[in-house]
Write a protein that binds this ligand. Structure first.
Ligand SMILES: [Zn+2]
Length: 248
């Protein structure tokens, strides 16, 4: 109670909301610039079970923005170091780390029992896969990305339009926009992660879905934020496949 007292004091956030956080299972895909910050905020806020998945080890070039890691962590698995940090911050929650890549062989088993999936990975292949499995099992997904000075955030939930409705696969299949190639300011992923974590708390504690079927765009040069509504794409292969699976 003492740990979460500033939250429980909030008008509109009571013990019931805090208990919902405690009971929540959240999967964080990617322990990079976005995952580090999102995971830490959720741990501090009191999300009961956090699972981290990332196959990478810490590199020197990560330290500029990935706030969980220090010089002495270089060469060690990100998911393990981040998990340890979360447990130090909040020993009253459960944290699991998985040092594997999320692939079709493990995605279903990892995702199907979650209350919420937070995607902060660095490639389209994983994003499409996470979207596909979340849509199939009707698991809420909040997806955040940051590149250069730009950030994006949106939510897929309750049979809403999905990531593929918004970004059709064929148009993005050959793109590989990554920080490693394009660069990113230290703060950009942390802004997007904070917004992602904030949205996650609103969803888990209060069942609010401010960005369901909406795309938030943040421009780190002008500091402008825009929110665009988008619709389900009737031709979306992913939505059609999950609809067929549900009917069967
Ligand atoms: Zn779709």
């Amino acid at each position: 109670m003492h740990l979460y007292s500033r939250q429980i004091l909030l008008d509109g956030w009571d013990i019931e909301a805090q208990e919902k956080l405690k009971l929540a299972n959240v999967l964080i895909v990617g322990c990079g610039g976005i995952g580090c910050t999102t995971a830490e905020l959720l741990a501090r806020a009191g999300v009961g079970k956090i699972t981290l998945i990332d196959a990478d080890t810490v590199e020197m070039s990560n330290l500029q923005r990935q706030i969980a890691y220090s010089q002495q962590d270089i060469g060690f698995y990100k998911a393990e170091i981040l998990a340890k940090r979360l447990q130090q911050i909040n020993p009253f929650i459960q944290v699991e780390s998985i040092t594997e890549k999320l692939v079709s062989q493990n995605a279903e088993q990892l995702i199907h029992a979650q209350d919420l999936v937070l995607d902060g990975c660095d490639n389209f292949e994983t994003r499409y896969l996470v979207n596909q499995i979340c849509t199939q099992h009707n698991i809420a997904l909040i997806s955040a990305s940051a590149i250069g000075f730009q950030g994006q955030l949106f939510m897929v939930a309750e049979h809403s339009a999905c990531y593929e409705c918004l970004f059709p696969k064929e148009q993005h299949a050959n793109e590989s926009l990554r920080c490693a190639d394009t660069g990113v300011l230290a703060t950009t992923p942390n802004v997007m992660a904070s917004l992602q974590a904030h949205h996650a708390l609103l969803y888990l504690g209060l069942n609010r879905m401010a960005l369901k079927q909406k795309l938030l765009l943040w421009d780190g040069l002008t500091m402008k934020q825009r929110i665009l509504s988008f619709e389900k794409d009737q031709d979306c292969a992913n939505c059609q496949a999950s609809h067929t699976a549900n009917v069967i």
